[in-house]
Ligand binder design. Structure first.
Ligand code: GAR
Length: 214
């Protein structure tokens, strides 16, 4: 039986991480578990990603990200989409919250809502998302299940700049993992998440470095 590496293609991390005049001010948006938030926070603690997390915005009361934010000592603000008449109204309050915490980079880390021009225009080219597929394959919900249903042999994750269409926008970084014949959504998701946690901090640094030098 052929041995497969757990990651087929995963970009190497910077040996020297970029430093900025001021640490990047990140606002992290999350709906669920928050493992990407934690990976980003740990990268900052290790002195890699030169950033501070100004605020965590979440939309689901009781989401795992709340406990993680508390453990990491990060302020977390609940903006429950169920209480808003429109996506724009929610995004308006998200923008106000991010600005109140002096955020300049918006990091969607498992944010499971479509965002509108209200958010995207307020942080032009500075809204990033991570998605558990090799975009443009399998955008939208249940990307890992979509990959298994399509019987692809390679899956992965993508960090991209956010544009209006769901899971679209310039790709910043991707990592590919093998799909094993015995994979379930949970096992494949776990393999992909190892790579998400590696590449997201590096992709933020890369996006900010190229944005600032543009
Ligand atoms: C991640 O796998 C991320 O790629 C996915 O949600 C998960 C959040 O995990 N995002 C999307 O599907 C967005 N379309 P986390 O809450 O443990 O960071």
């Amino acid at each position: 039986m052929l041995e497969t590496a757990s990651a087929l293609i995963s970009p190497s991390l910077p040996t020297v991480w970029p430093r900025f005049e001021q640490p990047l001010r990140l606002g992290v948006m999350a709906s669920g578990n928050g493992s990407n938030l934690e990976a980003i926070a740990h990268s900052i603690e290790r002195g890699e990603l030169h950033a501070q997390i100004g605020v965590v915005v979440y939309n689901n009361p009781g989401a795992g990200v709340v406990e993680r934010a508390a453990r990491l000592g990060l302020p977390a603000v609940l903006l429950n989409h169920r209480h808003y008449p429109s996506r724009e109204a929610l995004d308006h309050d998200i923008v106000q919250t991010l600005l109140a915490h002096n955020v300049d980079w918006v990091i969607m880390a498992g944010w499971m809502r479509c965002v509108t021009a209200v958010l995207i225009d307020a942080f032009a080219n500075q809204v990033l998302n991570i998605h558990p597929s090799l975009l443009p394959s399998f955008p939208g919900l249940r990307a890992v299940e979509q990959a298994l249903a399509a019987a692809v042999k390679v899956a992965g994750c993508t960090v991209h700049q956010v544009e209006l269409a769901v899971d679209s926008g310039p790709v910043i970084m991707q990592a590919a993992v093998p799909v094993e014949p015995t994979d379930t959504p949970a096992t494949l998701q776990a393999r992909i998440q190892v790579q998400e946690h590696r590449i997201y901090p590096a992709a933020i640094a890369l996006a900010a470095a190229s944005h600032l030098s543009a």
